[in-house]
Structure formats: structure tokens, C-alpha cells
Write a protein that binds this ligand. Structure first.
Ligand SMILES: CC(C)(COP(=O)(O)OP(=O)(O)OC[C@H]1O[C@@H](n2cnc3c(N)ncnc32)[C@H](O)[C@@H]1OP(=O)(O)O)[C@@H](O)C(=O)NCCC(=O)NCCS
Length: 84
């Protein structure tokens, strides 16, 4: 995938024994903060499948906004930096 300047894509995988405890929510918040404040991103995208309920819940918990239905049952989400 080609990614425009200032736009990053974030993906994540947690070992199953560590799931269900909020660790990835914390890790994703740190990664988003790093992307915006340290490497100058203005938008972060995440793509997951419609059947990946845990990933959908995670992205919704983090306030990612659904932006597109993609081929192969995937969904794209965006998280944009709010200008102060
Ligand atoms: C996607 C994935 C990382 C989500 O893992 P997860 O454990 O559900 O996410 P978190 O670590 O944020 O934990 C959230 C869970 O912990 C619970 N939790 C407990 N304490 C919490 C806290 N302080 N903060 C947030 N959630 C907390 C939440 O209620 C939630 O549980 P629930 O799903 O039963 O409601 C994991 O399913 C995974 O690795 N999947 C395989 C790879 C994958 O599909 N990646 C996504 C591609 S984008």
C-alpha cells in the first residue's frame, strides 16, 4: 500500500495469554502519541476484517473512526490528529 506523507498505518498482535487485560489499549495509545508527537504524523490508519471482533472493539475503544469498506471484507479506520 502507498502511504501519503504524514500518514502512518498501525497494526498490532498480542500473544493470546496476554489478551483481555487492556495491555494493547495502553500500547496503542502510546504508539498513537509517538506517531503524532515524535514522528510528525497527522493521520493514522488501521485495517482489519469485519470478522475480527476483538480488533474492532479495540479500534472503537481508541476512538478510531470507520472510513471505508475495503475488498475482502476489510474495514479501514482513521485516527486524525486534532490541531491545537
Ligand atoms: C487485536 C488484539 C490485539 C486485541 O487484544 P485485546 O486483548 O482484546 O485488547 P486489549 O489488550 O486492549 O484488552 C481489551 C480487553 O481487556 C479488557 N480490559 C481490562 N482492563 C482494561 C483496561 N484497563 N483498559 C482497557 N481494556 C481493559 C477490556 O474490557 C477488553 O476485554 P473484552 O474484549 O472482553 O471487552 C488481539 O485480539 C490480537 O492480537 N489479535 C490477533 C492479531 C490481530 O487481529 N490484530 C489486529 C489487526 S489491526
Amino acid at each position: 500500500m502507498r502511504i501519503k506523507k504524514g500518514v502512518g498505518e498501525l497494526g498490532c498482535v498480542l500473544k493470546s495469554k496476554f489478551r483481555g487485560q487492556g495491555y494493547m489499549t495502553i500500547a496503542m495509545k502510546l504508539a498513537i502519541e509517538f506517531g503524532f508527537n515524535e514522528i510528525g504524523l497527522t493521520k493514522i490508519i488501521a485495517i482489519t476484517s469485519k470478522q475480527n471482533y476483538d480488533a474492532l472493539k479495540l479500534l472503537e475503544r481508541l476512538n478510531f473512526m470507520k472510513t471505508a469498506d475495503l475488498p475482502d471484507d476489510d474495514i479501514e479506520f482513521n485516527f486524525e490528529k486534532i490541531n491545537e
